[in-house]
Unconditional design. Structure first.
Length: 397
């Protein structure tokens, strides 16, 4: 909690600093008013959203989606970019200032009889002052256009150890629905329709059913019940599911009757052959010890492995793949990364900066991992990381 307050305090402090900078950039009252209105709206909006979540109130959902998107984009992208640019420019500007002072000579200033109402310099300063709202609202418009887009990403995976009976088995993977602030309404109904039209043999939900609020859990569970598969489905938890109240989330999902795997396994008969689904719970260890904790949890879970069944590991965090591959598990399904969320291309962006595996298919020996970009969003903007439903067909190698 102290970390959250530190980040919020830093954001508000940067808001104030940049408010002063951009307000002083222009001498025109209109420009200063626009900058002030924008900055005040961003600060008040951020405080309102955070306060609503900390108090577990529902009133933040009545803030227009466009406004919440703008608040997120400004504070997570705009402020960061401006601060990085400022850090890079400060030494250069200081150097130029020192040079000008050193070379300064008395200059005779002649006052013009009639100065233009709007000089080129004043216009450029005014345009610079307008950068924060123009940048923020432009990206927000792009984000709003993306929020209802979902693609189907298909994989055909050759598996060396796949039994004859399971050759051609299909799996629909739905990850990171994040039902709540940015993912609601029509897009979720579209997702249900797209999944059900697949008529997959198995339906596997790999975490983050809700964005953060338990008020959205009933909607999430209704959606899970509406999803269809020929032989069965299962769900695991993700980190966002546990933000508000982990115990209550787990209790309510268990009570729903949907097969919920918390470091547990279940066997589903598919075409007369047992398929064992092994569901990893979210590892609540942070920092440098997380990967080791995930690996230990995977090894503990795999003690439940049935020798005669075909195993599939469901793990929200993709780094579980390392331990799964070491154990020779043929298939792991993960999410969590949102495909990197903001990517310059397939190899540059937040994905590879934060994760070893961030989107698509990875192979180690005979083991394969699929990392889904996810259906929903905790952050409104995606760049080169589209929302998706994953469809997998398994074939004998």
């Amino acid at each position: 909690m102290s970390f959250i307050f530190t980040i919020i305090g830093l954001m508000i402090s940067l808001d104030v600093i940049w408010w002063i900078v951009f307000a002083r950039l222009t001498n025109h009252i209109t420009g200063r008013m626009v900058v002030s209105i924008f900055m005040v709206a961003m600060m008040v909006g951020l405080i309102a959203v955070i306060a609503a979540r900390l108090s577990r109130a529902d009133w933040d959902r009545f803030i227009p989606k466009f406004a919440v998107s703008a608040i997120f984009i400004w504070h997570f992208i705009g402020l960061g970019l401006l601060s990085l640019i400022a850090l890079a420019l400060i030494p250069i500007l200081l150097g130029q200032k020192i040079v000008r002072v050193a070379r300064a000579a008395p200059i005779k200033v002649e006052r013009s009889v009639q100065a233009p109402a709007w000089s080129r310099r004043e216009f450029l300063r005014f345009a610079g002052a307008m950068l924060p709202p123009v940048f923020t609202f432009s990206l927000t418009g792009i984000a709003m256009a993306q929020l209802n887009n979902i693609r189907v990403r298909r994989f055909v995976l050759p598996i060396a150890t796949l039994p004859n009976e399971l050759d051609g088995i299909t799996i629909a993977q739905v990850s990171d629905m994040h039902v709540g602030r940015f993912t609601n309404g029509e897009v979720l109904q579209t997702m249900v329709r797209m999944v059900n039209e697949m008529r997959a043999d198995l339906l596997l939900l790999t975490g983050d059913l809700i964005n953060d609020a338990l008020a959205d859990l009933d909607t999430g569970l209704e959606l899970a019940r509406a999803l269809e598969a020929r032989f069965g489905l299962a769900i695991i938890e993700g980190n966002h599911d546990l933000i508000e109240n982990p115990a209550e989330f787990e209790r309510r999902v268990r009570a729903s009757g949907i097969p919920f795997l918390l470091d547990e396994s279940t066997i589903i008969d598919v075409h007369g052959f047992p398929v064992q689904l092994l569901g990893l719970s979210w590892t609540r260890v942070h920092g440098q010890e997380r990967d080791a904790a995930i690996g230990a949890a995977v090894k503990k879970l795999l003690e439940q492995r049935e020798a005669g069944a075909f195993p599939i590991l469901m793990a929200h965090h993709p780094h579980a793949f390392d331990a799964a591959a070491d154990a020779g598990l043929p298939l792991t399904l993960s999410g969590h990364t949102h495909g990197g969320q903001l990517m310059l291309n397939e190899q540059l962006g937040f994905g590879p900066a934060l994760f070893r595996y961030w989107s698509g298919l990875y192979t180690r020996g005979r083991s394969k991992l699929i990392v889904s970009n996810g259906v929903g969003n905790w952050f409104p903007l995606r760049v080169n990381a589209p929302a998706e439903i994953v469809h997998i067909t398994l074939r004998q190698a």
